[in-house]
Design a protein around this ligand. Structure first.
Ligand code: AHR
Length: 553
């Protein structure tokens, strides 16, 4: 039975009861009585939503870097210093706060020293993912030309207005290489030889990189460490690092999904040198991919996956069910953290999340791990971001895997073609949550019932999250039903509505997606909402992700 870690190692070496959604418009309920209710409790603030929850992940993998982000200065594709211009413009629009790079598994085989200095002097190296690449892909997918290195990546972030989050190599480089990478990025102009090297490349001022991952998936591709072994490495790699006056936020390689043991054993071993060790950790990484659509038949990493584009209503619900596990993972790992860190100084950093399908739906044939996101992935992404918004005190950062041309991508690009996927549109819909104050909100709606291969299964009927900033209230909502419209009464306990709009994304076809040819097949629509008899009654069509933007009086 193949597991994810074995797959990654290769790199190193509706329903029976519900019909498919009709092409026609969704059926209207017989009566206009609300079947759902959204109650916002202004006197129950939960915490500030870190903008970094809306973070991204760009690994040197397949078409992410080369073709996706980097097109080269001499390309006919509009670019800023070699970086795809249209991508930068879209990322500014969603206020992208932070981008993780260079991996993923790639990080633990990467030497940052290969990616600095004059571009024509940089070495070509075998990419971590080379073994998994097909012969047909462009050479730079298998053999890293190092055209993009620290300078180009940080420049990309600065052009967007995002913070860089760099993952250090713990498997195959030394602690010295890590501290020198920090020195290269952050030492003041003129202070060190590495600062001079940076200046010679045109970057005299320090990059002031704050977020540093200490390895990636150290239980697997990042070194096959036990939790205890990794704790020893973590202590050694972080025992001393130059800070140059800024506190570094160090992120420890955390568990895969529900591996509570990893979290517990890592923290136990770390603490053997005293409780102060914990203070070195800003965040504990957590990775969770929704991949198993086998309806409980297998745990095999290959066999369990579903198709990105061909699916029925049960697959739709199964994907959401797999993604919905995130809430329990966040609260579960938080609980384990509390055994060691009563004051909860250490936060969770969900630096890889999203659906992972089997190969076959690449927008650019051959691109490794590329899949075309549909409306299902948009609903999934909205649901996941809502989970994060509801746990603001626990989650410091989250990074959707991955930004472009890979897994749950916001964008697809190939040469001069570019498209915003439905997932990218969700990040637009949800952007106003960033930095808002989350409010407890009660969602009540009929539970969904479906037939899971002869066994009854259920899923919640309506959920979302709420935040307020000054007089602006954002309520995001997911209606997961593939067939039923929800009519919800929205009640604000402690505030009154001045005006409101609803932006929503849905489609009678649950497989709807954008392509290079049909770039706007799935797009959010917006309308004003009016109060009826003092109440706000809002319709959420089936298979819908929505944002209400409410001005308070
Ligand atoms: O996102 C693809 C891969 O998934 C990453 O490289 C790795 O960290 C994870 O297993």
């Amino acid at each position: 039975m193949m597991q994810r870690r074995e797959f990654l190692k290769k790199g190193m070496v509706g329903t029976a009861g519900l019909m498919l959604s009709p092409k026609s418009a969704w059926p209207m309920p017989a009566s206009r009585t609300a079947d759902s209710r959204i109650e916002v409790l202004f006197d129950e603030p939960i915490g500030t939503i870190s903008p970094n929850i809306y973070g991204h992940f760009a690994e040197n993998l397949g078409g992410v870097l080369y073709d996706g982000i980097w097109v080269g200065e001499n390309s006919r594709v509009p670019n800023i210093d070699g970086l795809r211009k249209e991508l930068i413009e879209h990322m500014r629009k969603i206020k992208a706060p932070v981008i993780r790079y260079p991996g993923g598994c790639f990080a633990d085989s990467y030497d940052w020293r290969d990616g600095i200095g004059p571009a024509d002097k940089r070495p070509r190296r075998t990419n971590f993912w080379a073994n998994a690449e097909s012969e047909k892909v462009p050479p730079n997918h298998r053999y890293d030309p190092n055209a993009v290195g620290t300078n180009e990546f940080v420049h990309f972030c600065k052009l967007i207005g995002a913070e860089p989050y760099l993952a250090a190599n713990v498997r195959s480089l030394s602690a010295e290489a890590f501290q020198q990478w920090v020195e290269y990025c952050n030492s003041p102009a003129g202070s060190t030889t590495l600062a001079d090297t940076r200046a010679a490349a045109g970057y005299a001022e320090p990059f002031r990189v704050k977020y540093w991952g200490v390895g990636n998936e150290s239980w697997g591709c990042g070194g096959e460490f036990t939790a205890q072994e990794y704790a020893v490495e973590f202590r050694r790699f972080t025992a001393w690092l130059p800070s140059f006056g800024d506190n570094l936020s160090l992120i420890a390689s955390g568990p895969n999904t529900d591996d509570w043991t990893w979290t517990r054993e890592f923290l136990t071993e770390l603490g053997r040198k005293g409780p102060g060790q914990l203070r070195r950790i800003y965040g504990m990484a957590l990775h969770h991919y929704a991949w198993n659509l086998s309806r409980g038949k297998t745990q095999n990493w290959e066999a369990g996956k579903g198709d990105a584009l061909k699916f029925d209503d049960v697959d739709w619900y199964e994907l959401l069910r797999e993604g919905d596990r995130m809430e329990g993972l966040v609260t579960g790992h938080w609980q384990v953290l509390s055994e060691f860190d009563r004051e909860h100084r250490v936060k969770l950093v969900v630096d890889e999340w999203g659906p992972w399908y089997r190969p076959g739906s690449e927008a650019t044939p051959g691109n490794l791990l590329e899949q075309i996101p549909t409306l299902r992935d948009a609903v999934f992404s909205g649901m996941t971001l809502d989970i994060f918004n509801r746990q603001p005190e626990k989650i410091a950062m989250a990074n959707c895997a991955q930004l472009i041309n890979c897994l749950n991508n916001l964008y697809l690009a190939h040469e001069d073609r570019f498209v915003v996927t439905p997932v990218g549109r969700v990040f637009e819909l949800y952007a106003s949550h960033q930095g808002g104050n989350a409010l407890r909100t009660i969602f009540s709606a009929p539970t969904l019932h479906y037939d899971r291969d002869g066994k009854p299964a259920t899923f919640w009927g309506l959920r979302g999250s709420t935040s307020v900033r000054d007089k602006n209230l954002t309520i995001t909502v997911v209606n997961p039903s593939t067939s039923d419209l929800r009519l919800a009464e929205v009640v604000l306990r402690g505030a009154t509505v001045k005006s409101a709009t609803l932006s929503w994304m849905s489609d009678p076809d649950i497989h709807a997606h954008n392509t290079f040819e049909r770039r706007e097949a799935v797009m959010p629509q917006t309308k004003s909402l009016s109060l009826s008899g003092g109440a706000l009654m809002v319709e959420f069509p089936p298979a819908c992700v929505a944002a209400m933007n409410i001005q308070l009086s």
